[in-house]
Design a protein around this ligand. Structure first.
Ligand code: 2HA
Ligand code: ZN
Length: 270
């Protein structure tokens, strides 16, 4: 067996959490990431058939039975993942009944996966139906995106339209737009179900006055989606209180989407 500390998927989780922490998106225990792993790859580092312990997951995720994920731990700080991955991360395999997670590695001091596991697993199930290559679900609290939640209508058409207007690249990066949920109690199956419902349509979902969820094939794609929303929200927050003299027009947004050949939410334009 190879040393798990050298596993690219572990390195990527460590780098990404550190990066997100530095950007101020994951204060204290804010945020969580889950990444669907290939069994063959994990099998090179650990025995994927022997569980350290079993942890109930609180709902049934039968479609994911046998699947292996690396997931950030509940109550854990992104700040600390880089230096102490074995306590702050875990590798879990969904048991055949879909109700239990078998801990294969990590959460060493007795911890468990993020309290948002329902939202993560339900979102994985929804995204895998749209794109079988989807591997990442990422949640965080990006500052400007969150600020924008307080001063902009929480309507997905209007919210997406405003973001698209803020940076030329936005409509090309997230042509499918941004789904928006109202404020809801986090850590519950209900917010998980609502998030997964939005994930059928969107790779990005705003949790009203809480944060954002992103989904993608790779860590770069998912991080890049959130990063682009956050940049647009920053421009919005820097300009919202000033007279708007210029804007990217709807005809220009259409021109961009057509030039770059992306399938965009035409109904989100005026
Ligand atoms: O895990 O961000 O939504 C901490 C959170 C909960
Ligand atoms: Zn959160």
């Amino acid at each position: 067996m190879k040393n798990i500390m050298d596993a690219p998927f572990l390195t990527e989780m460590r780098r990404t959490t550190a990066n997100m922490y530095r950007l101020g998106w994951d204060e204290r225990n804010g945020g969580n990431i889950s990444c669907l792993l290939q069994s063959e790859e994990v099998g090179r580092y650990i025995d994927i058939d022997s569980a350290v312990r079993e942890i109930p997951i609180g709902f049934e995720a039968k479609e994911l039975a046998g699947r292996i994920f690396i997931v950030t731990g509940t109550g854990r700080y992104f700040k600390n993942v880089q230096d102490d991955p074995e306590n702050n991360l875990g590798i879990i395999r969904i048991a055949p009944d879909g109700r239990t997670a078998r801990l294969l590695w990590g959460y060493k001091d007795g911890g468990k996966f993020t309290s948002e596991l329902p939202a993560h697993l339900m979102s994985h199930m929804a995204r895998l139906k749209v794109d079988p290559e989807n591997r990442i679900i990422m949640h965080c609290h990006p500052t400007h995106t969150l600020a924008m939640n307080y001063v902009h209508e929480l309507d997905e058409r209007k919210f997406t339209h405003t973001l698209w207007e803020m940076c030329t690249e936005c409509i090309v990066v997230f042509p499918d737009g941004v789904g928006v949920l109202p404020w809801m109690l986090c850590g519950t199956n209900s917010i998980g179900e609502a998030t997964a419902e939005k994930m059928k349509e969107f790779r990005l979902v705003i949790w009203g006055m809480h944060g954002i969820y992103g989904a993608g094939k790779t860590m770069d794609e998912t991080f890049g989606l959130i990063e682009t929303v956050e940049k647009a929200a920053q421009i919005y927050m820097l300009t919202a209180h000033l007279p708007r003299i210029n804007t990217i027009k709807d005809s220009e947004l259409r021109e961009l989407a057509e030039f770059f050949g992306v399938k965009y939410r035409e109904d989100f334009l005026n």
